[in-house]
Design a protein around this ligand. Structure first.
Ligand SMILES: *Cc1c(COP(=O)(O)O)cnc(C)c1O
Length: 667
């Protein structure tokens, strides 16, 4: 059913239901129970996967509009975040219980994945409940984490675990040592040997017994995009020879009991569970040997990398994963237990730094469509005939390629599809060269394009009636797809789509009870030709178009189009902080949505997006200077009579309002 939706599908409009849309967009595959459709044809979010508690996204957007908050808007669902954290906790608890594992488990959230205060504060408070912790990878992150963990869980060893990765200077380590004295359960992980020397020096100076972690360079390779995070050539961690040297060094300083944690991180979005199993296996072996050498090891940190099934295919490729949270937990616990049991070493507390897996599901961006551009001619081509007749009447010769295209268009049958396609392509190319050489007028060039598109659509129609698009025409749906211009910046809101071809599920949030009759790609409002989405999630294929609904122009010239909203999902991890100010398009509004006891949604937080003033200030413009300069210029123009006073006043008002306004288009 899903595969043959198209502009000229044989579906009778009345028969299409929201369920057909759910299938078409693969909502159950990538939504994993967090996303659904309701009888009104609206997309819903089920923050705790309970069918009784659904948030109607279209209703939320309407509600926000009524409050003056316009798209693009990022919706954060705190309840999804909580549900994810509990799911990870439960998966490890189950694995631990099922396998008779005697150590514990804790997930530390690497704040680099999304440092937004509201997100981190929620995680920090859940961390107290779930015995989770926080991870910092740089000096600013350390300072944020120290603040976030203040008062959480009380001081001492029972306090929230804080893991410090990344490169550290003397000041960083001094801060960590003093924070230990303060009572924080903080573990600096040594990335390079000199950090260990600093730890020992500052620990002695302040008379602190720190908890020390070592990051090891494993020989197991990572896989996929982040394979460089692991392996002996990785930029992080100690060679095994240095690990042994570290043991000797700590022993010499009477601090071998402080070596408490062993760490590795084999990369993000590990799509193949085997990579993780190999790494954990190797790490566990090193752990056991160091334990036997007398290190005070009690914690094994397997790093991040738990992936997300972005495309819903449950397969081992970069936008997907071939395992579930439960399998991940079971495999990790099993490997560690097996190796420790073989070596008669007590089971360590397992740490994972699963950032992406915690937060990806909780944010959804909603964007509005501003207009479309279509690659098609009027089906009856009335103006083609008229233009040709007019050319002939004016005594102008109609060039052969145009005649050929018209012939192809009129004579296309099931039998001559391939031949017609080749003829049409050739005629179109010839027409374009004639134009470039100055032998064809602009109206005739326009006619050639129209005819070519019309032929393309006719061919697609026929293929679709047969139920398949032969290989020769594979590029046609893409070449003929519409462009939907959307009010957002790809570089700000989904940078990984641009940087690493990451796929994110995209789906209209309403009209799902209607058959989507168009195929399109999405373009953003930056003036960068890379600012487009032309790959879409699908379980089976590399999908280059998205099925979309027709958007009608509103009556009145320049009135825009009727509202049409798309949701972009799984944006909670990395996208917000990696987003940039390309074209000075700033942060979008972010709104936190929760479900209350009665099952109604409510807004719990509104974080307004950047204003134009703010992004300009970021690049060192002073809004006051700008206004002053404009005012002077307008003053002169008024004096010289180029602008009336009223016009000058209006222009200045637009300028002032513009500076205070949203960086995105507003209605
Ligand atoms: C980035 C990073 C993580 C988080 O990885 P995810 O793939 O988001 O789970 C964890 N640990 C370290 C050391 C990292 O650099």
């Amino acid at each position: 059913m899903a595969t043959i939706s198209s502009s000229r599908s044989s579906f009778i409009h009345g028969q299409w239901t929201a369920n057909d849309s759910a299938l078409l967009y693969g909502i159950a595959d990538w939504g994993k129970g967090y996303v659904g459709v309701n009888s009104e044809g609206h997309l819903t979010v089920l923050p705790s996967k309970e069918p009784g508690k659904q948030i109607d996204l279209y209703e939320v957007i309407q509600g926000l509009r009524e409050r003056g908050i316009h798209t693009p808007v990022l919706l954060r669902f705190n309840d999804i975040l909580a549900h994810r954290l509990r799911e990870i906790r439960r998966a490890f608890n189950d694995a631990i219980n099922d396998q008779g594992y005697t150590g514990g488990y804790s997930c530390v959230y690497p704040i680099k994945v999304n440092q937004q205060r509201h997100v981190c504060e929620q995680i920090a408070s859940l961390a107290v409940e779930l015995n989770f912790g926080l991870e910092a990878g740089s000096k600013p992150e350390l300072l944020a984490v120290l603040g976030l963990s203040a008062g959480a869980g009380g001081p001492g060893v029972n306090g929230m675990p804080i893991i410090c990765n990344g490169f550290k200077d003397s000041e960083f380590i001094e801060t960590v040592i003093l924070a230990t004295k303060l009572g924080r359960n903080i573990i600096p992980v040594v990335e390079k040997f000199s950090e260990l020397e600093l730890i020992v020096r500052h620990a002695k100076k302040y008379n602190v017994r720190p908890k020390i972690g070592l990051r090891v360079k494993l020989s197991s390779r990572g896989a996929g995009r982040w394979e460089g995070s692991a392996g002996v050539r990785s930029k992080f961690g100690l060679f095994v020879s240095e690990v042994i040297k570290a043991v000797d060094y700590l022993r010499a300083h009477g601090m071998l009991d402080c070596l408490n944690l062993l760490h590795c991180h084999v990369g993000s979005q590990l799509y193949d569970i085997r990579v993780l199993k190999n790494a954990v296996n190797e790490l566990a072996h090193i752990y056991c040997e160091l334990h036997q050498m007398g290190a005070g090891l009690t914690m094994l940190d397997i790093g991040g990398g738990m992936g997300i099934d972005y495309d819903g295919s449950q397969s081992a490729w970069s936008s997907s994963i071939n395992y579930t949270v439960q399998e991940y937990a079971a495999d990790v616990v099993y490997r560690i237990k097996a190796v420790c049991d073989d070596n008669s070493v007590p089971h360590p507390t397992i740490f994972s730094e699963s950032g992406r897996a915690m937060v990806a599901y909780s944010s959804v961006l909603v964007i509005d469509v501003l207009g479309t551009s279509r690659f098609e001619a009027d089906p009856n081509l009335p103006n083609v005939e008229a233009v040709i007749a007019a050319q002939e009447a004016a005594g102008n010769e109609v060039p052969q390629p145009v005649r050929d295209l018209l012939g192809c268009y009129r004579n296309l049958t099931d039998r001559n599809i391939t031949e017609s396609y080749h003829d049409a392509t050739q005629a179109r190319d010839e027409a374009m060269s004639l134009f470039s050489l100055g032998y064809m007028s602009l109206p005739l060039r326009a006619i050639s394009e129209q005819l070519f598109w019309a032929i393309g659509h006719k061919i697609l129609d026929r293929c679709q009636k047969r139920g398949e698009v032969p290989e020769e025409f594979e590029a046609l749906p893409e070449a003929l797809s519409d462009i939907y211009f959307c009010n957002f910046s790809l570089f700000q809101s989904m940078p990984d789509s641009w940087a690493i071809d990451q796929l994110f599920p995209i789906c209209p949030i309403h009209r799902l009870g209607e058959i989507p009759t168009r195929r399109g790609i999405l373009a953003d409002i930056t003036c960068d030709s890379d600012g487009k989405v032309d790959h879409f999630v699908d379980k089976r294929i590399d999908k280059k178009i998205l099925e979309l609904h027709e958007v009608k122009d509103l009556p009145g010239e320049g009135a825009g189009v009727e509202p049409y909203y798309l949701g972009v999902f799984l944006l909670g991890a990395y996208q917000e902080i990696l987003g940039d100010l390309h074209n000075l398009l700033g942060d979008t509004h972010a709104v936190h949505i929760s479900v209350n006891e009665r099952g109604d949604w409510e807004i719990t937080e509104v974080i307004e997006g950047d204003t134009v003033e703010e992004v300009l200030a970021y690049v060192q413009y002073d809004p006051e200077d700008l206004k002053r300069a404009m005012r002077l210029d307008i003053e002169v123009a008024c004096r010289q009579g180029r602008l009336t006073l009223a016009e000058g006043k209006s222009l200045l008002k637009y300028y002032d309002d513009g500076l205070e306004g949203y960086t995105y288009l507003e209605e």
